[in-house]
Design a protein around this ligand. Structure first.
Ligand SMILES: [Zn+2]
Length: 419
C-alpha cells in the first residue's frame, strides 16, 4: 500500500536510521535520559565498543547530545546522554465535532504550541484551510524546525491504509481523503487514526510508570460520541485495516433511542456527551442550553440537582458498559477520557461500584482511572506521528501501529501529567 505525496520529501537523518540498533538506542535514550554509555551497555547487552560506535554516530547526526558529567565510580566520569528534543518535530491534529486542535510537538513528545479552531463547513475546504494555518504557524514560529510527520485523530471509521475517513456520523463527514488532502498541503507523511485508538495510544506514551508493562488496557473515550481503544500485548488492536472505534455501538437496549449510526440503543446513546447533555435538558426542563459537559459539571458544583443527577446517571451507564467489556477482555487497566472525567470525584466511585455489582467473579482485579492527559485524542496523535521517527513504524501487512518492545519494557519513564 503505497502512500502518495511523500516521495519527493526532503529526507532527514532520522528517517535514514536504517540500522535497527540506532533506532532502539534512540528510543532508550529518549526513555531513560539522562543515561550513560555504561547504562546503555547494561540495558542492551551489547559490547561497549558497539555501543560507543552507535552513540558517536547519533551524536554526529545531532539526534542526541552529551550533557554534564555524572559522578565517577572509580574510573573516568561518565557523560550523560540526552535526546536532542529539537532534532525533529511532529504535528498532531485532533479533528473534533465542535472544535479541532492542532499542536506542534518536539522529539520528546512535548507540546510546544497548541491552537484550536472551529470545525466547520465542507470537509475538504476545512482541511485545506487548517493546513494553511498550520503551515503558516510552523513557518513563522519554527522556521528552522525539521518537521517529520503528522498524526491525525478523527472521530469515525478510518481506512488507515488509505488514510481516509470512511464515515463519521458525529462530524457528518463521509469519504474524506484526510491523508491525501493533508499530504498535498503540508508535504509531510500523514498518519490517520480513529480518536479512541489514538486516546489508547496516548496512555502508552504518557501514562503512569507502573503501567508500562500492562498487557491489556481498555480506553473509553467519551466525547460527542463514545469510542473505545484497546491495547493488547503492547500493540494497538485494530482488527482489519478499518478502524471502527470499538464498542461505542454495542447495543444496550434494542428499543432505545436512535444512535448517530442509525441503529437503536447503542452504548453511545447512554453515555456520550451528547446523551449526557440531552439527559440534562430532559431532567432540568431548563430553557438555557448547556453546550458542554464542563458547563454541566460547573452547574453541579453550584448545587444544580438536575446537573448532579445527570452526571451520576452517565457514570452508571459507563460502569455498566465497562463491566460487560471487562468480562470479555479482562483488562489490567481501564482508562476513561473526555470532559466527563472532570467530575471524577463523583463518577469514579459510581463507576467502580457499578462494575463491582455487575462483576461475576469479585473482587475486580483491574484499575479504573481517568486518562493521563486532558485531551487524549490530541496527545495520542503525537506518538502516532513520532513512532514513525522512532522506527516502530507500521506492519506492512496490517498497518498496525507498533510499539517497540524496548519502549514497553523500560521502567524509568518520566511520569507525565499534561494538560
Ligand atoms: Zn450506534
Amino acid at each position: 500500500m503505497k502512500r502518495h505525496g511523500t516521495q519527493n520529501l526532503k529526507m532527514i537523518g532520522v528517517r535514514d536510521l536504517r540500522d535497527i540498533n540506532q533506532t532502539i538506542f534512540l528510543h532508550l535514550v529518549r526513555d531513560r535520559q539522562p543515561i550513560s554509555r555504561a547504562d546503555i551497555v547494561k540495558a542492551t547487552g551489547l559490547q561497549p565498543g558497539t555501543v560507543s560506535a552507535i552513540v558517536n554516530r547519533l551524536i554526529k547526526e545531532k539526534l542526541i547530545y552529551e550533557g554534564i558529567e555524572g559522578p565517577s565510580s572509580g574510573g573516568r566520569r561518565p557523560k550523560y546522554l540526552h535526546v536532542n528534543a529539537e532534532s525533529a518535530y511532529v504535528l498532531a491534529i485532533d479533528l473534533g465535532v465542535k472544535e479541532s486542535i492542532y499542536a506542534v510537538s518536539d522529539f520528546n513528545g512535548r507540546i510546544l504550541t497548541q491552537k484550536s479552531v472551529l470545525t466547520e463547513g465542507d470537509p475538504e475546504k476545512f482541511l485545506r484551510s487548517l493546513s494553511r494555518e498550520i503551515h503558516a504557524l510552523v513557518r513563522t514560529q519554527y522556521p528552522r524546525a525539521r518537521v517529520e510527520a503528522v498524526g491525525v485523530s478523527v472521530p469515525g471509521l478510518v481506512d488507515r491504509a488509505a488514510g481516509t475517513l470512511i464515515v463519521s456520523p458525529n462530524l457528518g463527514w463521509r469519504a474524506v481523503p484526510v491523508r491525501a488532502l493533508l499530504e498535498e498541503e503540508l508535504e509531510l507523511p500523514v498518519y490517520v487514526e480513529n480518536d479512541a485508538n489514538a486516546a489508547a495510544f496516548a496512555e502508552l506514551w504518557y501514562g503512569p510508570l507502573d503501567e508500562v508493562s500492562a498487557r491489556t488496557l481498555l480506553c473509553v473515550l467519551v466525547v460527542e460520541g463514545l469510542g473505545t481503544g484497546l491495547i493488547i500485548n503492547g500493540e494497538l488492536h485494530v482488527g482489519t485495516s478499518i478502524g471502527l472505534g470499538g464498542f461505542g455501538h454495542m447495543s444496550m437496549d434494542p428499543k432505545g433511542m436512535t444512535c448517530s449510526c442509525g441503529r437503536r440503543g447503542c452504548w453511545e446513546t447512554f453515555a456520550s456527551d451528547r446523551a449526557t447533555l440531552d439527559r440534562y435538558r430532559r431532567l432540568s426542563k431548563s430553557k438555557t442550553r448547556v453546550r458542554a459537559v464542563t458547563e454541566l459539571i460547573a452547574l453541579a458544583g453550584q448545587g444544580d440537582a438536575a446537573a448532579l443527577e445527570t452526571i451520576k446517571v452517565t457514570a452508571r451507564y459507563l460502569g455498566e458498559g465497562i463491566a460487560s467489556l471487562a468480562h470479555g477482555l479482562s483488562p489490567e487497566v481501564v482508562v476513561i477520557g473526555g470532559e466527563i472525567t472532570g467530575a471524577w470525584p463523583i463518577i469514579g466511585p459510581i463507576i467502580e461500584g457499578c462494575i463491582k455489582s455487575n462483576y461475576i467473579v469479585p473482587p475486580i482485579s483491574f484499575k479504573v482511572r481517568p486518562s493521563s492527559v486532558l485531551r487524549p485524542s490530541l496527545f495520542g496523535a503525537i506518538p502516532i506521528a513520532l513512532q514513525h521517527c522512532f522506527g516502530g513504524g507500521r506492519d506492512k501487512q496490517t498497518n498496525h501501529v507498533k510499539v517497540p518492545q524496548s519502549f514497553l519494557n523500560s521502567g524509568s519513564r518520566t511520569p507525565a501529567r499534561f494538560s
